[in-house]
Design a protein around this ligand. Structure first.
Ligand code: ATP
Ligand code: MG
Length: 750
């Protein structure tokens, strides 16, 4: 039957049922990787808008990462057009909460110009709070890092525990303590509890919220202020298996009063964030809490070839506690996944680089660099690989690795702008006041903050008063030192109130503090950093452009939504760690952690270091979660999959003996032929499968022949490639890069 909306025609029966499912009956879609969960979610949003006539701005779509939000935006704009797409409220739980909190900040007792405090700033605050305990810690031989305290606090917050509740749960009362002697467990917990309390005070003092607060205040907003929920007529959540307690509460708070207009999709086999307090049990909880909710299962995988799916399922099904589920493939077997071993990480890295080149050649134009992803258990594994790719002149980009918003130069500039927006934000003040260096010491800054506390003023206002000579007890030197800083902030503030765009503000700031000169003087690699500054201006103009798209005239938005504020918010939320601009990923091999690759797909996936100690990671508390992580990584692959391991690997300066991961040895015991050690010849039949899976046109034989000839001419160590690798020793055309793998001019490889 012809559908009134053409996009529905590309769905299978189960997917269609999910998209057409009544909007007011809570829906849970459970399905394996590549079965179209995200596609269904996107189509359902389109259907709610086009068929049920819901205003786009009344739909809240929650994705797990910023990158996933961008992908969904792209898919959705094809279905409903860019204008309507931009009105849908889409993003991570954090981003959505920030958006609503700006609108209704007063209700939860914060000011609309709150600043989002990132993890680095949080750590600095905690480092300051830990100082008074230094003696206590060292006299008891306790090594407690600021990061560790922050992660305790963050775990407590993601369970919804306040500092008082944390202390009540984790610490003994004085009557419970038998003696006044040091009780390590209890006393450390109490210390953490105290710092938690102080940390909260410090954030509020700075008029700021950390990432966990965004969720907690969001819950408060939606539970205490019912009209806020009228903003949302339907909430859809992707990757629901990885939500934590607070995020679940948030869904209940937003979705509950909308008569159950919620759709969640998830896959228990892909729950990989238990270490960050995610609760896979939220799937079952949702069925109970949302009355009358229905379940739909999708069972057909559209992403991967049958052999990739078979190998992946063989790995995950070794977890005998897992609930088995059906996942059929819609594609032919294709090339058998490859499992290779190498003597060292350098040999492994060289193989990866050469193999990528070889595959590109043998596909005759069917695949490009951007079709490859190298997925790592942790990002430190990328060093050898990045340099091997570089040697082979293969462009690559690290997904979430560049941490753009964590760079010194970006933080410097953002600090000024944050202060202009929120004069109470102490972390920005302590940073900006000495950019460029003005010789204002830590003690003077602390004294300024203390003065602000005494007089109940914003620290920035105190500094301005000193400059205006309204504080007679301050030495003239201080006024002199703070002068240029105060002038710069004033000019920027004026520009911002006159509606100056964030990009203009940054340009003006660069002039005011002569930032280029400052970089030149202080940073040997200043040129690259100056490039980043330009990139920040580009980002600022993009945010502005998006604001216009969303129907908001930057000059006329409400006070709480000034262009500067929206820009700062976008910057802080981008630092959640998974951003990659389109420019970054343009036809480059992606290097990513397995965690960050969730929800994404690539034609070719390579997973190095599939070794004991890495998979499972030696410090894990949950081996099954590690197995699922490998499963998630394998199921990102559409056409070709490679796993590799080495005999020896240098870890933290020490060379360690390595062996293949138990996840693979267990799987191959039961299913003997899911992997091959041979890299395939990539013959026409295999190419045809690749083309079919990717929905691309097959390359012509002429193209393939031409590219393979080119490859042979430039390939300097074919022994790693397809040719006769298992048919006895092979002469290696030597290349200096091989020396890294311990291969000399006379080495023969078997
Ligand atoms: P994951 O669990 O990894 O997030 P998913 O279930 O969300 O996977 P999608 O990313 O939505 O899966 O879909 C996987 C791939 O399959 C996408 O390329 C998508 O376009 C394609 N696909 C999904 N359903 C269909 C269909 N009915 N026909 C053709 N292609 C489909
Ligand atoms: Mg998905």
């Amino acid at each position: 039957m012809a559908q009134p909306h053409p996009f529905l025609e590309s769905l299978n029966a189960a997917q269609l049922k999910a998209v057409l499912h009544a909007p007011d009956v809570p829906l849970q879609i459970l399905a394996g990787p590549g079965s179209g969960k995200t596609k269904v979610l996107t189509s359902r949003i389109a259907y709610l808008i086009l068929h049920h006539m819901l205003p786009p701005s009344s739909i809240c779509a929650v994705t797990f990462t910023n990158k996933a939000a961008n992908e969904m935006r792209e898919r959705l704009s094809k279905l409903i057009g860019k204008q309507r797409m931009s009105e849908v409220r889409m993003g991570t739980f954090h981003a959505l909460c920030a958006l609503f909190l700006r609108k209704f900040s007063k209700i939860v007792g914060i000011q609309a110009n709150f600043t989002v405090c990132d993890a680095e700033e949080s750590k600095k605050i905690i480092a300051g709070l830990l100082k008074p305990y230094k003696e206590f810690l060292s006299s008891n031989d306790i090594f407690l890092k600021d990061g560790t305290v922050l992660s305790y606090i963050s775990k407590a917050k993601s369970k919804g525990l306040t500092a008082t509740q944390f202390i009540a749960q984790h610490c003994k009362t004085s009557s419970e303590r038998k003696s006044s002697e040091f009780d390590p467990q209890n006393d450390i917990q109490r210390l953490v509890g105290n710092i938690y309390q102080e940390y909260e005070k410090s954030l509020r003092r700075s008029n700021s919220l950390d990432f966990d607060d965004l969720l907690l205040f969001g819950v408060r907003l939606f539970t205490e202020h019912r009209p806020a929920t009228s903003w949302c007529k339907h909430v859809l959540v992707d990757e629901f298996q990885d939500t934590n307690v607070t995020q679940y509460e948030l869904l209940r708070a937003i979705g509950g009063p909308t008569e159950g207009c919620v759709t969640v999709v998830g896959d228990p086999d892909q729950s990989i964030y238990g270490w960050r307090s995610a609760e896979v049990g939220n799937l079952a909880r949702m069925r109970k809490d949302f009355f009358g909710s229905e379940q739909i299962f999708l069972e057909e995988n559209y992403r991967s070839t049958a052999s990739i799916l078979k190998a992946s399922l063989a790995i995950v099904s070794q977890d005998k506690t897992r609930i088995p589920k059906t996942l059929l493939t819609s594609h032919p077997a294709g090339t058998t996944p490859v499992l290779r071993s190498f003597p060292s990480e350098h040999a492994e890295a060289n193989f990866i680089a050469v193999e990528i080149k070889r595959v590109v050649a043998y596909m005759g134009g069917l695949l490009r660099w951007g079709d490859f992803a190298i997925l790592l258990r942790f990002s430190a594994l990328s060093r050898a690989i990045e340099s091997a790719l570089q040697k082979e002149a293969i462009p690559s980009a690290v997904l979430g690795g560049h941490k753009f918003f964590e760079r010194l130069e970006i933080k410097d500039l953002l600090a000024y702008l944050q202060l202009v927006d929120n004069p109470n934000f102490i972390p920005a003040l302590t940073r900006a006041i000495n950019v460029p260096s003005r010789g204002i010491g830590e003690k003077s800054i602390m004294a300024l903050i203390a003065r602000a506390d005494r007089t109940n003023m914003a620290p920035l206002d105190v500094i301005e008063q000193i400059y205006d000579a309204k504080q007679p007890d301050i030495k003239p030197a201080m006024k002199h030192k703070t002068g240029p800083f105060v002038k710069a902030v004033r000019v920027l503030r004026k520009l911002a109130t006159e509606g100056g765009s964030p990009a203009d503000l940054i340009r003006r700031l660069l002039e005011l503090v002569d930032y280029e000169e400052h970089l030149k003087k202080t940073q040997p690699d200043w040129e690259g950093r100056w490039e980043n500054v330009q990139e920040l201006i580009t980002f600022a103009s993009e945010v502005e452009h998006d604001m216009n798209l969303a129907g908001m005239d930057p000059a006329q938005t409400e006070i709480s939504d000034t262009p500067l504020r929206l820009f700062l918010q976008a910057s802080m939320l981008s630092s959640e760690g998974d951003t990659q601009s389109d420019e970054d990923s343009k036809d480059k091999v992606t290097i990513s952690t397995c965690h960050a690759a969730k929800g994404l797909e690539w034609p070719v996936v390579i997973i190095p270091a599939v070794e004991q100690g890495t998979f499972p990671f030696y410090r894990t508390d949950d081996v099954q979660e590690e197995r699922r992580l490998l499963y998630v990584a394998c199921t990102r692959a559409q056409s070709l999959l490679y796993l590799s391991y080495v005999g020896k690997r240098k870890v933290g300066g020490e060379t360690k003996m390595k062996e293949l991961s138990e996840f693979v040895t267990e799987a191959t015991k039961e299913h003997t032929s899911i992997f091959t050690a041979r890299t395939a010849q990539l013959l026409p039949a295999e190419r045809a499968v690749v083309a079919r899976v990717l929905g691309r046109r097959e390359a012509s034989e002429v193209d393939v022949a031409r590219r393979v000839t080119e490859f042979r001419k430039t390939a300097r160590y074919l022994a790693f490639g397809a040719e006769g690798e298992e048919s006895g020793p092979v002469e290696v055309a030597w290349h200096p890069a091989l020396a890294l793998g311990g291969i000399t001019r006379t080495t023969t490889l078997v």
